[in-house]
Design a protein around this ligand. Structure first.
Ligand SMILES: Nc1ncnc2c1ncn2[C@@H]1O[C@H](COP(=O)(O)OP(=O)(O)O)[C@@H](O)[C@H]1O
Ligand SMILES: [Mg+2]
Length: 213
């Protein structure tokens, strides 16, 4: 089983790349979008909910039920297998995929019972993606997911994100300071010095396998 097809909003399934140099405010913006932080001014809404007016309990519910996070350094539990790391999320989610289905989506069916130390960096990142998507999130947020990886491995991770975006229709935001990655986005938002400096909609997006940097 995958995710229930329950909602459709106009921006459902958009793939956004957030580009900008170090210190430009990318992580801050992503954390605000994910309900981990609140802005000092301005509004952020999720469907008809104003996150900037939400209580702590409402933000916790938003994060838990609707948002999947992927970070640069995987943050897997070393003493748990790939399957068990994903099960941590599926155990508390409302309508989750099975850990096996989530790991299959990122191409790790052969690695279910491996511990993080037995996996490559790219495989560990794909376990982190499986963990983030197992709850079928409406919003998938990823902060420098390829930052610690070589090009070939990074592209495999980007392919996994593109596949999830396409098949689960999770609205996806990927942060990077690598401009080459912008070509796989529907929309590219550039940040500089804490502000959005430009926004561009790509007429067509490329398969991550064609990227190089
Ligand atoms: N719009 C903003 N207003 C005020 N401070 C900001 C803003 N955006 C970022 N900052 C601050 O700038 C610093 C770097 O931001 P960060 O989000 O970590 O950048 P990046 O992820 O692009 O490297 C942080 O201390 C953050 O609090
Ligand atoms: Mg950052």
């Amino acid at each position: 089983m995958r995710c229930a097809e329950s909602i459709s909003v106009s921006s459902r399934g958009e793939f956004v790349v957030l580009l900008g140099p170090s210190g430009s405010g990318k992580s801050t913006l992503l954390n605000i979008l994910g309900g981990l932080d609140v802005p000092t001014s301005g509004d952020v809404s999720y469907r008809d909910h104003l996150l900037t007016r939400a209580t702590e309990a409402e933000l916790t519910r938003y994060r838990r039920e609707h948002v999947g996070f992927v970070f640069q350094f995987y943050n897997l539990i070393p003493s748990l297998t790939a399957r068990e790391n994903v099960a941590l999320v599926t155990d508390i989610a409302e309508r989750p995929m099975t850990p096996e289905a989530a790991l299959a989506m990122v191409g790790l069916t052969e690695r279910l019972d491996h511990f993080p130390a037995q996996l490559s960096g790219g495989e560990q990142q794909r376990v982190a993606i499986a963990r983030a998507i197992a709850k079928c999130p409406d919003v998938l947020l990823s902060d420098e997911p390829t930052g610690a990886l070589d090009v070939t491995t990074g592209i495999v991770v980007l392919e996994a994100l593109a596949r999830v975006n396409r098949e689960l229709r999770s609205s996806t935001v990927v942060i990077t300071h690598n401009a080459a990655i912008a070509a796989m986005a529907d929309r590219v938002v550039r940040l500089g010095d804490g502000r959005v400096t430009s926004e561009q909609v790509n007429a067509s997006k490329v398969d991550p396998r064609t990227l190089a940097w």
